[in-house]
Design a protein around this ligand. Structure first.
Ligand code: ATP
Ligand code: MG
Length: 216
């Protein structure tokens, strides 16, 4: 797969364990309890995908499916200024970078599928925060909900494959939809664990959330 690639997380150990970062063309599922840092991680990934390539970014646009309206552009810019001051402190650049992230608020899976099928060439990252909230929509029975979910998971997977972009989705409980990275806290310390690291046994990395976002 010569066209395959990775979105670097800039978190050194994590990138190494992931052979370069979040892989293109597959679903990566971030699983963890409320408040652990899933959305914070998604904000950082969004910034990284939109950064110019000479700064290690993908110079692209991002579609951020913000199902629970938890996206805060103020926080995004705070992380940008603290993590990439050389870019974000240039006149107009914070707005330019934030403008590359398209926030969508679909209320159902079908509305989501409709919006995302408009995915353009410049889109280099798709984030679904959170998958569970998106699935909870309009279905009257568990069976019809499961059927719709199955269809949409296939749809999202093929979207990742055909457009060869990383797709990151968050969930409080595991759904086994994609390659799973688990976030948890133990004795007051947060950890991120890559269940499917291609090069090593499952590795857990301690992390913190600071004004610069998620840091190891
Ligand atoms: P949920 O499942 O409820 O969506 P989540 O895993 O997405 O939860 P986040 O919203 O990513 O959780 O993380 C929230 C936590 O991030 C806060 O509890 C706080 O500890 C930390 N945090 C947020 N902003 C900052 C900041 N500016 N400085 C330091 N820590 C922060
Ligand atoms: Mg969240």
């Amino acid at each position: 797969e010569s066209l395959a690639g990775h979105l670097s997380t800039r978190l050194k150990g994590l990138d190494e364990a992931l052979c370069g970062g979040i892989p293109f063309g597959v679903l990566t599922e971030l699983v963890g309890p409320a408040g652990i840092g899933k959305t914070q991680f998604c904000l950082k990934l969004s910034l990284l995908a939109s950064l110019p390539t000479n700064c290690g970014g993908l110079d692209g646009r991002v579609i951020y499916i913000d199902v629970e309206s938890k996206f805060r552009s103020k926080r995004l810019i705070e992380i940008g200024i603290n993590s990439f001051p050389e870019i974000f402190l240039k006149k107009g650049m914070a707005q330019e970078m934030a403008g590359r992230i398209l926030i969508l608020h679909p209320t159902s899976l079908s509305e989501f599928a409709e919006r995302v099928s408009l995915l353009q060439q410049q889109v280099k990252l798709l984030i679904i925060d959170s998958m569970a909230a998106l699935v909870l929509g309009e279905h009257d029975s568990e069976a019809s909900r499961q059927q719709a979910l199955g269809w949409h998971v296939s749809f999202i997977k093929s979207l990742a494959e055909f457009s060869r972009i990383p797709v990151v989705l968050t969930n409080q409980v595991r759904s086994q939809i994609g390659d799973e990275s688990r976030m948890y806290s133990f004795q007051g310390q947060r950890f991120i664990k890559l269940a499917k690291s291609p090069i090593s046994a499952p590795l857990a990395f301690p992390f913190k959330i600071t004004s610069s976002g998620l840091v190891l």
